[in-house]
Design a binder for this molecule. Structure first.
Ligand SMILES: Cc1cc2nc3c(=O)[nH]c(=O)nc-3n(C[C@H](O)[C@H](O)[C@H](O)COP(=O)(O)OP(=O)(O)OC[C@H]3O[C@@H](n4cnc5c(N)ncnc54)[C@H](O)[C@@H]3O)c2cc1C
Length: 305
């Protein structure tokens, strides 16, 4: 069984940065990523709020620049999914799909994925009209009518992206005001293609083989109606990608991993960085900061043992 001083799980901004700091410190490491490196950034048309790019930058371009930092370093790459962690005697045994590897330290950077609404029709029509990613699926709805559900930054940002492609958007928000940034709110309100339905919740996706409509309910008047939409995009938040996390690791109510300010989890030798952590602000700039701190702390831990 192969053994590493450090294994990084997840190749998004946090994982790439952790790898960069470990490699520059001369630590032999492996990166386990179940898809292509890039994480959520690859699913985002434009990344804003990342210092150095005042006009924003396309997600894939930012990831190309991030991964360019790793060129020239030698490390093992596993295009595989971490399924289970068994820790004992200062060693963490990591189960991948066909093999086990061992790590003295582990940095979990597995990020987060979209939350589902949990209403009838959602699973049946997932990928058949119901989507969680405007960049991935927006093109399928060119010149059609769609619904976007949510009221945070992602819902507003993605509605603005979709409005360049589709004929009309119903933006459905369960409250009477948005949570998202003022700058996006202003743009959404000024967009003639976007009709905002406040105080409204989605109650059922309609259709058998493809989406034919969306049932909605006004929570103040209890009035129910159906929107004839061919696409529906759900942007209601994130859930941690943590199915492999040991049950005795300390996590918050939503399942995000609790760490101290040095990214140490409740299990010695295991660190967590990026969106998988329990924290206030989930952005690229905070993920890379976490990744750098986790790698540095893992290095100190290795020196101490
Ligand atoms: C639509 C959208 C728009 C956004 N816009 C912005 C923006 O404008 N500005 C900004 O700063 N931030 C933005 N964000 C947030 C930003 O993308 C995230 O904060 C950032 O990507 C978090 O990085 P991460 O490395 O922690 O996790 P992620 O990017 O989620 O990467 C985690 C990686 O881990 C891998 N992984 C997960 N589980 C396993 C496993 N078991 N085994 C192996 N690999 C695994 C995943 O495949 C993934 O590649 C946006 C996010 C979304 C979804």
């Amino acid at each position: 069984m192969k053994e590493y001083p450090c294994v990084v799980v997840g190749g998004g901004p946090a994982g790439i940065t952790a790898a960069l700091y470990l490699l520059r410190a001369g630590i032999h490491m492996a990166l386990v990523e179940k898809l292509s490196p890039g994480g959520q950034v690859l699913l985002t048309e434009q990344i804003d709020n990342y210092p150095g790019f005042p006009e924003g930058i396309r997600g894939y371009e930012l990831i190309d620049l991030f991964t360019a930092h790793l060129k020239g370093f030698e490390y093992d790459k596993y295009r595989d999914e971490l399924l289970e962690i068994k820790s004992g005697d200062g060693i963490h045994n990591l189960k991948l799909s066909d093999e086990w590897i061992r790590a003295r330290t582990l940095i979990i950077c597995s990020g987060a994925t979209w939350k589902k609404l949990g209403i009838p029709g959602e699973n049946r029509l997932n990928g058949r009209g119901v989507s969680y990613c405007a960049l991935c699926d927006g093109n399928f709805f060119q010149d059609q009518e769609v619904a976007c559900i949510g009221g945070g930054d992602t819902a507003l940002e993605e509605s603005l992206y979709l409005s360049k492609l589709v004929k009309k958007i119903f933006l459905i928000h369960r409250r009477d005001a948005f949570r998202g940034s003022k700058i996006y709110q202003d743009k959404v309100m000024a967009d003639p293609k976007i009709e905002i339905l406040y105080d409204t919740v989605a109650t059922e996706f309609l259709g058998e083989k493809g989406l034919e409509g969306l049932k909605v309910k006004n929570i103040k008047t209890n009035e129910e109606s159906s929107l004839e939409v061919q696409g529906a995009f759900v942007f209601i938040g994130l859930v941690p990608q943590s199915s492999f996390v040991p049950s005795d690791m300390d996590r918050d109510e939503q399942g995000f991993i609790r760490t101290d300010t040095e990214m140490q989890t409740s299990i010695p030798g295991i660190f967590a960085a990026g969106d998988i952590r329990s924290k206030l602000c989930r952005q690229v700039c905070t993920a890379v900061g976490d990744g750098a701190t986790a790698a540095h702390r893992a290095q100190i831990y290795l020196e101490q043992i």
